[in-house]
Design a binder for this molecule. Structure first.
Ligand SMILES: Cc1cc2nc3c(=O)[nH]c(=O)nc-3n(C[C@H](O)[C@H](O)[C@H](O)COP(=O)(O)OP(=O)(O)OC[C@H]3O[C@@H](n4cnc5c(N)ncnc54)[C@H](O)[C@@H]3O)c2cc1C
Length: 437
């Protein structure tokens, strides 16, 4: 998020500040009021445009931003901040009377006189903006209210591009005319145009089309009580994937796409396997909802949780929590086909109950050919839990340690925080974000 949102805000703020000397009015209270109104509105629509563009799932941004899961995090934060600035914009607009009662009307900047049509459009734009902003606030509240079911939220969220178009209309008509000849106006034009195109593509259902492949479910197994293993045949249309990547999987059009890590290495024959844990409405009893022979739509591959991107000088610490083991299974499978690149690594697997978890045996089997990979099982049923201190007992490496984590967000946070006090040099902490909302 920091990689894109902060520089973006700095750019927008910088261009607004650049334009200040050309702004009408002296440094009066009313000029400050006006510029605050404009700046909050500008930041809001700019961030909303960014959120719209990121929602297109741009594959070319995956590398610089660290994967689609990270792009979605940036999309989410751009959206949240856009609403925060929209709220500030709305409060400032509503505070007009308060300012007037404090500072009086003297120095108040009046709107330039436009012709009848422009004036009428500006009035419409103001009303549209107010209406859209209330919807936006409602959307944010629903998004932050975790108990609101994801499947309904997804449908509601699809309204966002339409809401964006209303707000873009508001912004385009109410931007001061003088801005359009300045860098800030040019940025605004680019953002409004790109955001509107992105919204159009979203509304037309064209996002990710070129990465979608149809195939058939060829296997459904339940290796453990809460886990379903699904194998799909996508044929030659599937252009392959890197171990650790994920895909958006649609078993049922009404249900829509769910992201799952591809738990198998690329077989070069269009076969992919997913290990799906019962974590909610749709994934509960999944083996009864899907069947061998049915059609499946898969979009991807996405993500940069790819061990080929590791720092080859750093010692590797790989941490899997529960179903977060899926990318590591794919890594180990991929290593099996290319033994020359096997790195030395500590692989920690945290499980609730090792005795009942088939992934333990699977990991042990996959690791047995790689003496450099030191598998450690942490079984909570025996009171064994993984902490940053346990990682640091592995012995310091002069080239530093690189951690790859996939598992529950809470465990990831605790380990990442604990590692700040670790007696070794942490070169990087990669984390696959299993949560989009
Ligand atoms: C990059 C990534 C990789 C993942 N890999 C795996 C994996 O290999 N195995 C596995 O078991 N799980 C994986 N997940 C989690 C999996 O996507 C969710 O558990 C699943 O979508 C839950 O669906 P549900 O309808 O059963 O849950 P619900 O009860 O509807 O929702 C539970 C939570 O799951 C998430 N979720 C639900 N539907 C979606 C959706 N369509 N898109 C995104 N998130 C959703 C939301 O955070 C929601 O709050 C991954 C998630 C991400 C983001």
């Amino acid at each position: 998020m920091i990689r894109i949102i902060l520089p973006f805000i700095a750019l927008v703020f910088g261009l607004w500040a650049w334009n200040l000397p050309a702004a009408p009015g002296a440094a009066s209270s009313w000029a400050v009021y006006d510029q605050s109104l404009l700046l909050s509105g500008l930041l809001s629509i700019a961030l909303m445009s960014l959120a719209m563009m990121l929602a297109l799932r741009p594959a070319w941004l995956e590398r610089p931003l660290g994967g689609l899961d990270q792009i979605y995090r940036s999309h989410k934060w751009a959206g949240i901040l856009a609403v925060v600035f929209a709220a500030a914009h709305w409060l400032i607009e509503m505070g007009d009377d308060v300012i007037e009662s404090i500072f009086g009307e003297a120095g108040k900047l009046h709107d330039p006189d436009y012709s009848g049509f422009i004036d009428a459009m500006r009035d419409v734009a103001e009303d549209v903006g107010e209406f859209a902003i209330y919807l936006l606030f409602a959307m944010l509240l629903i998004t932050l209210w975790r108990k609101f079911p994801y499947k309904y939220w997804r449908y509601l969220h699809r309204v966002m591009p339409a809401l964006y178009l209303l707000l873009a209309f508001h912004a385009a008509w109410l931007t001061p005319l003088q801005w359009w000849q300045q860098p800030v106006g040019m940025l605004m034009a680019v953002l409004l145009l790109s955001g509107s195109i992105a919204s159009g593509l979203s509304l037309a259902g064209r996002v990710g089309r070129r990465r979608q492949v149809r195939g058939t479910v060829t296997g459904v197994k339940t290796p453990a009580r809460y886990v379903t293993e699904v194998t799909c045949d996508l044929g030659p249309a599937w252009r392959g994937h890197r171990a650790g990547q994920f895909a958006l999987v649609t078993f049922n059009t009404m249900e829509g796409a769910h992201p799952f890590t591809i738990a198998s290495a690329d077989q070069e024959n269009g076969t992919v396997t997913f290990l799906i844990k019962s974590l909610g409405d749709f994934t509960r009893d999944l083996s009864h909802k899907i069947r061998v022979g049915q059609t499946v739509k898969i979009e991807g591959p996405y993500g940069c949780f790819d061990f080929n991107r590791r720092n080859r000088k750093s010692h590797q610490i790989w941490i899997a929590g529960g179903i977060g083991v899926t990318p590591f299974l794919a890594w180990l499978e991929a290593l099996g086909t290319n033994k020359t690149t096997v790195p030395e690594a500590d692989l920690h697997y945290c499980t609730r109950n090792a005795g009942q978890d088939p992934m333990v045996a699977r990991l042990q089997q996959l690791c047995q050919d790689f003496p450099g990979i030191n598998l450690q099982i942490h079984d909570s049923s025996k009171g064994e839990s993984l902490s940053a201190e346990k990682l640091s007992t592995g012995g310091p490496s002069t080239a530093g340690e690189e951690v790859w984590f996939c598992g529950p967000a809470g465990l990831g946070r605790v380990i990442q925080q604990g590692l700040r006090a670790a007696p070794f040099r942490l070169t990087r902490f990669h984390k696959e974000a299993f949560q989009f909302r």
